[in-house]
Design a binder for this molecule. Structure first.
Ligand code: AMP
Length: 442
């Protein structure tokens, strides 16, 4: 299968050639002909599947073939994305794919001055990539008009809802023309997304490239169990021992990010951080330095998980597991992209066993566990099973109160945990978790 066979025009083929894309990925092969034929699309596809080119290439072709000039402050194709990082990345993709086309592109997101964006919108743009909040700000100030919108893309729609953009999304959806082509991409399909799709899309082509909520197969995943307070130390040990090169490290909290950065910097390592407290220029600078190989370690919170596009990133380390299981899928989607082999290692402590169980249920796999010599956890991480239940240890036989009467022999036990989890909660209180509710279950 070639890009030419999908019906793409010469300037787009030249662009894919320049980018050394040889064959379309499965999502591209499914989506491109449908979009060219004018159909709506609802696609379950994660980052790393090539989904951006899947919608951008045919969208550009539709705009060129339609050929109508864009009026001042007007937009012909509107691409909504959840985060600034993803906005930049998608915008850069449009520029790369459309480099041989006479079209104008613009990216607009919050956290930076609105005035340059307003100035650039005056002449009108063919493709506007925007986050919902800033887009509605621009709309409220009459800097952008939606009357010429003929194509609407919602990228990572699930994340937009997660981030609380549903009000802005509704406002945009009410303001764009009804006669338009709509493409909806989402890594996961919750009830809310399905409901939105039902109202937005007309007879869509449904594409489900990756099995739902499963992680890309080209990523080797594993867990190393460790005590919470020794995670940073274990990370430094593995970094040296396994001679890791560039690593993207995920940490749950901003404070956690800063603490790890301090530990690593003290050891003389090249490290930068990316999280919600950093302003946009700082985040972009950190990402650019990491991409350029100037820093070895990029420490991030989940805020950064979606928008990062880093070619050939070999390794993602989860210093903490995410609270929301879906974020695990997004985190490890940073490696093993476009068919490359990647690795994702999670350092898991006893307190995180329920998060681990939820991830295993969501991704329908048991993550292989290892222990690192010298870091065997004092607080054992309880075993989980495929249903997200913790495997209970058989109860100890009670000692009889009457002296002289021996208790019956205890059944053979699983290796004994010598201590309680740090939280101070007895292990029994961890033993009956609610099975994590998969958003896929209807
Ligand atoms: P995406 O899923 O759109 O974020 O794309 C993931 C990565 O795959 C990006 O770095 C793209 O440049 C790359 N990519 C997309 N399509 C192809 C293709 N057909 N062949 C090779 N690489 C691709």
């Amino acid at each position: 299968m070639t890009f030419a066979a999908l019906g793409l025009i010469e300037p787009l083929l030249r662009a894919t050639d320049t980018l050394a894309y040889r064959t379309p990925t499965p999502v591209q092969a499914a989506v491109i002909p449908a979009v060219l034929a004018g159909r709506d699309v609802m696609a379950a596809a994660q980052t790393g599947t090539g989904k951006t080119a899947g919608f951008a290439l045919p969208l550009l072709q539709r705009l060129v073939e339609d050929g109508r000039p864009v009026g001042s402050n007007a937009v012909r194709a509107l691409v909504l994305v959840p985060t600034r990082e993803l906005a930049e990345q998608v915008y850069e993709s449009f520029r790369a794919y459309g480099q041989f086309l006479p079209l104008r592109y613009l990216v607009a997101y919050g956290g930076v001055s609105i005035n340059p964006q307003m100035m650039k919108l005056r002449r009108g743009v063919d493709v506007l990539v925007a986050t919902p909040g800033r887009l509605m700000d621009l709309y409220g100030q009459n800097a952008v008009k939606f009357n010429q919108v003929q194509l609407l893309v919602l990228d990572e729609a699930d994340r937009m809802l997660d981030l609380g953009f549903s009000r802005e999304l509704n406002a945009v959806l009410n303001a764009v023309p009804r006669r338009r082509q709509t493409l909806l991409f989402s890594a996961t399909f919750s009830e809310a997304i399905r409901a939105m799709a039902d109202t937005l899309l007309h007879d869509p082509l449904r594409v489900d490239i990756s099995p739902r909520n499963t992680t890309t197969r080209s990523v080797r995943q594993s867990v190393i169990t460790v005590d919470k307070k020794r995670k940073a130390e274990l990370f430094c040990h593995l970094l040296a021992e396994r001679r890791w090169g560039q690593v993207l490290v995920f940490v749950k909290t901003r404070k956690g990010v800063d603490e790890l950065v301090d530990v690593l910097t003290e050891r003389g390592l090249q490290v930068d951080a990316i999280h919600g407290d950093k302003n946009q220029p700082a985040r972009l600078r950190a990402l650019a330095r990491f991409k350029a190989g100037e820093v070895q370690l990029l420490i991030a919170t989940d805020v950064a998980a979606r928008g990062l596009d880093i070619d050939d990133l070999p390794l993602v380390v989860n210093l903490d597991l995410p609270i929301v299981a879906e974020d695990y899928v997004h985190r490890i989607g940073r490696t093993g992209r476009a068919g490359a082999q990647g690795e994702a290692i999670s350092l898991v402590c006893a307190d995180e066993v329920q998060q681990l169980a939820a991830i295993e249920v969501l991704t329908q796999q048991m993550l292989p566990r290892h222990e690192e010599p010298g870091f065997i956890p004092a607080h054992r991480v309880p075993m989980t099973d495929a249903r997200g239940q913790l495997v209970k240890k058989p109860k100890k036989q009670k000692k009889p109160k009457v002296p002289g009467i021996a208790a019956p022999a205890a059944p053979k036990l699983a290796p004994k945990s010598t201590s309680k989890p740090k939280s101070g909660k007895p292990e029994a209180s961890l033993a009956k978790p609610k099975p994590p509710k998969s958003p896929w279950s209807r």
